[in-house]
Design a protein around this ligand. Structure first.
Ligand code: GTP
Ligand code: MG
Ligand code: ZN
Length: 297
């Protein structure tokens, strides 16, 4: 007898897809049809699987996706938990703005976790916390303590939701997963001290159950590419710019040299953080040049 059931792809191991169903994890092989349609099942996909009596399990259908982001990709992402390190690698507002703009473009909500506060100096921490107050004001929840995050996260992830970690290599994504799920043992590795960069320790995407949903550890969100964003739409993805732009004199104002620009006015009055505006200009240049900035290569 052939039985069908549905589940979520939680991992990809040597050509097999591990699918979490109500009755446990089932290892499946994709039917050839996917190769023909170029539709490749991805971690996070809701799928239909077929179980036959010889014990061969096939993944037979990928159900419609709400999104597909990252390289390697995660499907159906509801929320990003962005890990930024206070030190090692050094805290960077520029990097933070690039990530937030990218996920805003992808229409995915973001919460921010500041890691490695235990090895930063008080002076460094004070400055970072002041910076992050601004981001909290424009709508991003901020955590700087993993114990608090571990308490709250399981209830923040709604039933069946898929959250994913993001942030540069070495920021502490896998370390956080290990704190959140102490039964797991994701590999972690000290960053290179000479380069002040991580070593790309996590190589595959995996979903882990947390609360009523899932959290992904993935290498696919450590460096992001802004160049596919249309340059004239970029300003819509900086949330406070978009909000202010209704008061600009010109529709479609790019907040550059236009007269009576509400965004520039708020920057002058220090209501919009100047570094956000400077980073907006850098991201514009990056898109215009069609390549990543030097410091990310
Ligand atoms: N002191 C301190 N060290 C941390 C913290 N979080 C991570 N680390 C260390 O930072 C290094 C990198 O952490 P990982 O968790 O491997 O970083 P990752 O973001 O998963 O990196 P990739 O898998 O390469 O993308 C490891 O040596 C961790 O022990 C923290 O909050 N405090
Ligand atoms: Mg990792
Ligand atoms: Zn404007």
């Amino acid at each position: 007898m052939i039985k069908q059931t549905e589940g979520i792809v939680i991992g990809l191991i040597a050509g097999f897809y591990d699918v979490k169903t109500v009755s446990g994890v089932v290892r499946t092989r994709a039917r050839g049809v996917f190769r023909k349609n170029k539709l490749k099942p991805t971690v996070g996909d809701h799928v239909r699987i077929q179980l036959d009596e010889q014990g061969t399990n096939y993944l037979v259908e990928v159900l419609p996706r709400s999104n597909l982001i990252g390289r390697p990709a995660v499907a159906n992402v509801d929320h990003v938990l962005l890990v930024i390190s206070a030190v090692e690698p050094d805290f960077s507002l520029q990097l933070l703005d690039r990530f937030l703009t990218f996920f805003s473009w992808q229409n995915v909500a973001v919460s921010i976790y500041l890691s490695k506060t235990d090895i930063a100096s008080n002076v460094q921490l004070e400055k970072m916390r002041q910076d992050l107050v601004y981001y909290e004001k424009i709508g991003y929840p901020i955590f700087d303590n993993w114990q608090k995050l571990a308490n709250e996260l399981p209830t923040m992830i709604a039933n069946g939701q898929i959250w994913t970690l993001a942030g540069q290599s070495g920021a502490g994504k896998s370390t956080l997963i290990n704190h959140l799920r102490q039964d797991l043992n994701q590999a972690t590795q000290a960053i290179s001290t000479s380069l002040n960069r991580g070593k790309h320790t996590t190589r595959t995407v995996q979903l882990f159950q947390l609360g009523q949903g899932f959290l992904a550890d993935t290498p696919g969100f450590s460096a992001i590419d802004l160049t596919p964003i249309k340059i004239n739409e970029l300003c819509e993805y900086l949330v406070e710019f978009k909000k202010a732009s209704v008061h600009c004199k010109f529709r479609g104002c790019q907040h550059l040299k236009e007269p009576q620009c509400a965004v520039k006015c708020l920057v002058e009055n220090e209501k919009i953080k100047r570094s956000r505006y400077d980073d907006y200009l850098l991201m514009r240049a990056e898109i215009a040049n069609g390549r990543l900035p030097e410091y990310l290569k």
